[in-house]
Design a protein. Structure first.
Length: 265
């Protein structure tokens, strides 16, 4: 059972002569059997687990009985757990000699606020590591039984957040939408009208295929298949978390290479 304390009620742990460590662990997109063996080992050895809101109950069920579990999830518009508070708590627990697992949905290094937590750990002299997890774009492609890249069609994968730090839509996606690109949008559902308008204005064809996978790899998973031109009328009822895949295929017969591009707002 996850604990839901008021962040202001949590006193820092008492420092210890033995410094612990912090593991930023990727829980994957949902299903527990998509977690890595390394992630499972870190959960088994953790003294305390701080987990995000989107970590699936299946993953939380793998945490051994007796391990302290704290829900530090942040919901849109309700930020009861500021990032600086999370960093301070994980550092204080590690300074008390504990093995701290920071359990994040997907992969910690993809839009997972990992930089702030790594910097806080290093500033305190605490060993820190990233245990990668399956990111939502990979899980969405698996749910659709389609590859993210395809020889001759999609030689560039653009992984981009649809929402910037201020909560506004990211506006520079269209400039990177060259032929041969498959765009994987995270945190974009609330800004799809603006993103759609920008892509169409940049010359992306209205019949470009759009696939949306909501609650990927969970019991609530839903698939939506439409086009860029019809995106507005087909998105009612779609909720976060969702991954939006937009196909901007290379012209037939084009000579393409292999490239991986990542961009965030």
């Amino acid at each position: 059972m996850s604990l839901l304390p008021d962040p202001t009620d949590l006193a820092p742990a008492a420092p210890s002569a033995r410094i612990g460590r912090i593991s930023l662990v990727g829980a994957g997109p949902g299903a527990a059997d998509l977690m890595t063996l390394r992630a499972l080992e870190r959960l088994r050895t953790a003294d305390v687990v701080f987990h995000d809101r989107l970590v699936d109950p299946e993953a939380l069920a793998l945490i051994p009985a007796g391990t302290r579990i704290v829900d530090v999830g942040k919901a849109v518009g309700r930020n009861a757990w500021p990032q600086e508070v999370i960093c301070a708590l994980t550092v204080s627990e590690a300074l008390a000699g504990l093995h701290v697992v920071r359990l994040k949905s997907g992969d910690p290094s993809i839009f997972g606020r990992a930089r702030e937590e790594i910097d806080a750990a290093r500033a305190a002299g605490i060993p820190v590591e990233i245990v990668p997890g399956i990111t939502a774009a990979s899980a969405a492609a698996a749910a659709l039984c389609e590859p993210l890249t395809e020889r001759g069609r999609f030689h560039r994968l653009l992984v981009v957040t649809g929402t910037d730090l201020r909560g506004s839509p990211v506006t520079d996606i269209a400039g990177a939408a060259a032929p041969g690109t498959r765009i994987a949008l995270y945190m974009a559902v609330q800004h799809l009208p603006e993103i759609r308008a920008g892509l169409l204005a940049a010359g992306v064809a209205g019949d470009a295929r759009v696939q949306i996978v909501s609650h990927v790899a969970t019991a609530k998973q839903r698939l939506h298949d439409t086009t860029l031109a019809r995106l507005d009328s087909r998105t009612s009822g779609i909720e976060n978390p969702s991954v939006v895949l937009i196909d901007i295929a290379a012209p037939a017969g084009a000579s393409v290479g292999i490239e991986l591009a990542a961009s965030g707002g």
